[in-house]
Design a protein around this ligand. Structure first.
Ligand code: PHB
Length: 397
């Protein structure tokens, strides 16, 4: 095999999704060099539909660090959400409860903004690479080997290696079994997601519990809508016609208030995986994990991307101290500081999920308890405030 071309840099980043690119961007602002690589092409990442809600501090991060203002012009500020059950909607007023909003701004747009900013600023990002392996993660010069998009063997040698390579992370596996703990929770359902060419049915998100299961009404633009409904994890999208999908969504949203969704042609159908996962520690030697490489949350709390960006905020700070101030003890703080938020978000996502989804094994007691829980949340300021605080994002220092 041809000898690889060797690139030396300070931080080598496996994964050029939002977490990897945001890290690379923030490091560049502090004068720290990095190279980011991704298995997928830029086009492939742009065309993958993911979640759409940004916490207040995620928006600030994009705007204040100079990535783009587009979230403020093209995104939609949401000052609350609706929780709907027993056919009645209850608004959770984020602004009134905690003085914060969220922004509807799809992850693909966050990615586009970041990739554009890295290009604008001369960042070294290599998309469409293959055969990625990482080596010497506990050594002083960890490495990333891969074949670039042109078929050329490449090797990156760095001081710190970052695994921001998503839920199928190759980096995560470098931590020996004896030195890591993995926490899993499986759910006996999934989400059926659609993109539809239709007008907006509501100005904000509607999270619905019905006897037929959960549904979520979200949006993308004035004319494209995103919606989900709880389904079996084995569900096959091709078994569902547009008409069946609309009937299912309409019946889950139905109520005495006469609410009805505005329908239209369905452009895309996908079944979303649904699980909770954490791997600890998030640092091993000179390798540090960020985002889905270290944790997965079910989508109900809209936390996945926000949590990845929160990891990156902490990671940037500890890397700055390690690289610029030679304070390598700072790296020890990464796992506990990141995990503090990760487990709060795990709890919140689990809680929203179990409060709103139908469980086939639920007893009549379980069902009444679930409705009692929902009434406690919407009927009490303290209950609503917890939801508002967690959903808009715990403040970051
Ligand atoms: C979305 O718009 O895709 C979306 C919004 C909120 C969620 C999950 C997904 O909790």
């Amino acid at each position: 095999m041809a000898r690889p071309t060797i690139t030396r840099t300070t931080v080598g980043i496996v994964g050029a999704g939002p977490a990897g690119l945001m890290l690379s961007h923030l490091l560049a602002l502090s004068g720290i060099e990095s190279v980011a690589i991704d298995r997928r092409t830029r086009r492939e990442i742009e065309e993958t539909h993911r979640a759409g809600i940004l916490e207040r501090d995620s928006v600030r991060m994009l705007v204040d660090s100079g990535v783009s203002n587009r979230v403020l012009t093209d995104g939609h500020e949401h000052k609350g959400i609706d929780l709907r059950f027993d056919g009645v909607s209850h608004r959770i007023d984020f602004q009134g409860l905690v003085g914060a909003s969220t922004w509807l701004y799809p992850q693909t747009d966050v990615f586009i903004d970041l990739a554009t900013a890295r290009e604008r600023d001369g960042g070294d990002v290599r998309f469409g690479v293959s055969d990625t392996t990482v080596v010497d993660v506990t050594g002083s010069q960890p490495g990333i080997r891969f074949t670039d998009a042109a078929g050329q063997a490449q090797e990156i040698r760095c001081e710190y290696l970052i695994g921001a390579d998503g839920s199928h992370s190759v980096c995560r596996k470098e931590i020996p079994q004896a030195q890591r703990r993995q926490f899993f929770r499986e759910y006996p359902f999934a989400w059926f997601g659609i993109l539809a060419q239709a007008p907006m049915s509501a100005p904000e998100l509607i999270y619905t519990r019905s006897d037929r299961g959960f549904a979520l009404i979200s949006q993308r633009t004035e004319s494209v809508q995103r919606m989900y409904f709880q389904c079996a994890s084995t569900e096959n999208v091709d078994d569902w016609s547009d008409e069946q999908i609309w009937d299912e969504l309409q019946s889950r949203l139905a109520g005495d208030d006469g609410f009805a969704l505005k329908e239209g042609a369905i452009m895309e159908k996908t079944v979303l995986p649904f699980r909770s996962f954490v791997q600890e520690p998030m640092r091993y030697g000179n390798m540090l994990l960020a985002g889905d490489a270290a944790h997965t949350v079910p989508p109900t709390g809209a936390k996945g991307l926000n949590l990845a960006l929160a990891d990156v905020r902490v990671l940037t700070e500890v890397l700055e101290r390690a690289v610029l101030k030679n304070d390598t003890d700072a790296l020890d703080q990464y796992t506990p500081r990141a995990l503090d938020r990760v487990w709060k978000a795990q709890h919140f996502s689990y809680w929203m999920t179990t409060m709103l989804h139908a469980d086939a094994d639920a007893s009549p007691f379980d069902i009444q308890r679930q409705l009692g829980e929902l009434r406690s949340v919407v009927g009490s300021e303290a209950g609503s405030r917890y939801l508002a605080e967690a959903y808009t994002g715990w403040p970051t220092a």
